[in-house]
Design a protein around this ligand. Structure first.
Ligand SMILES: Nc1ncnc2c1ncn2[C@@H]1O[C@H](COP(=O)(O)OP(=O)(O)O)[C@@H](O)[C@H]1O
Ligand SMILES: [Mg+2]
Length: 298
């Protein structure tokens, strides 16, 4: 196998870095484009770990690319290319950016995280326990942690630039983006989830919930942007071992979380290094998710 190097932080001479997220570095390309670089950073318990996960950025890039293409009959998206040869020169000079870079149309991002939940976990499970409902949807009594919902629900949240995202009602989304756009974001999100979750299930993966982002292009079209249906933006569970009534092992970060729980680390930065075997096993999990979903060898 070809030697692969990991990328924890990218730097591109000649392109302005406009955002360094938990996982991705975002560069401005001309007036109308962005370059999204998926690094090998991994976050767990909301902390970025110092140990990079080999190939993770490449897996995330290919997987989003796969979904953008697969879902293009439902929604337009921001994708221009992931083909390295078609990237600007400033990018192509950095071999380490190959297969982890996505050139996209720059949009005006709607400040709403479009979350769809098909199962009850995370903040949805918390809300349900407290109120019997999630984001204003009344749910049947007697659901347990990780129960499948009667039908998927759209549970948007704010896109907080700092701190945690906060669940908001559909009414609040209407106040932020207007009724017509709010309706579109909700119905697109549910349609995408419906199609993708059926497909994933046929490949042995439950998409318990996921988060989409949308933006407006120059011509006023709503585009699906950001990353799509990756382990970083979704909860993936193994359909084979799914058992409601308790937390499900997370498909990708299971070993990392289990390992970190054995330490007496207080879950505040700085996070500890991962042992080699844990990092390797995590790479394998990302690749496995990719291969199951796409049916291709990584
Ligand atoms: N097509 C696009 N146009 C404008 N912004 C985009 C587009 N695609 C993704 N983004 C933004 O790029 C950023 C990606 O960074 P990310 O690694 O997700 O960081 P964070 O940890 O802040 O979520 C997000 O803020 C996302 O909204
Ligand atoms: Mg993000």
């Amino acid at each position: 196998m070809k030697e692969v190097s990991t990328v924890s932080e990218s730097a591109i001479e000649g392109l302005p870095l406009i955002h360094r997220g938990k996982v991705r570095d975002v560069y401005q390309v001309g007036e109308r484009q962005l370059l999204l670089v998926a690094t090998d950073r991994l976050s767990a318990f909301d902390c970025i770990l110092p140990t990079p996960i080999k190939n993770k950025g490449k897996v995330l890039t290919s997987l989003s690319n796969f979904w953008f293409n697969r879902l293009s009959h439902i929604t337009e998206n921001h994708l221009i290319t992931t083909d390295f040869e078609q990237m600007p020169d400033a990018v192509r000079r950095n071999e380490s950016l190959r297969d982890r870079s996505t050139l996209v149309k720059k949009t005006k991002v709607f400040p709403v995280e479009c979350v769809v939940r098909g199962y009850l976990e995370g903040s949805g499970w918390k809300d349900y326990q407290a109120t019997g409902s999630v984001c204003g949807y009344e749910l049947p009594a007697g659901l347990v942690q990780c129960s499948k919902l009667p039908e998927p629900i759209f549970t948007p949240s704010t896109k907080a630039s700092a701190g945690h995202d906060e669940n908001i009602s559909v009414r609040e989304v209407e106040n932020i983006v207007g009724k017509e756009t709010a309706d579109k974001l909700g119905s697109l999100s549910l349609k995408i989830y419906d199609e993708a979750s059926r497909f994933a299930l046929s490949r042995g993966i439950i998409i318990a919930d996921t988060k989409f982002e949308f933006g407006l292009d120059e011509d006023g079209n709503i585009l699906l942007i950001d990353e799509v249906l990756t382990p970083d933006s979704s909860r993936f569970w193994s359909a084979e071992t799914y058992a409601p009534g308790k937390a499900q092992p997370s498909f990708d970060k299971q070993f990392v979380r289990e390992y970190l729980e054995t330490l007496d680390w207080n879950k505040q930065p700085p996070a500890p290094e991962l042992p080699f075997e844990i990092a390797e096993a995590t790479t394998e999990r990302y690749i496995q998710a990719y291969e199951l979903l796409t049916g291709k060898t990584f």
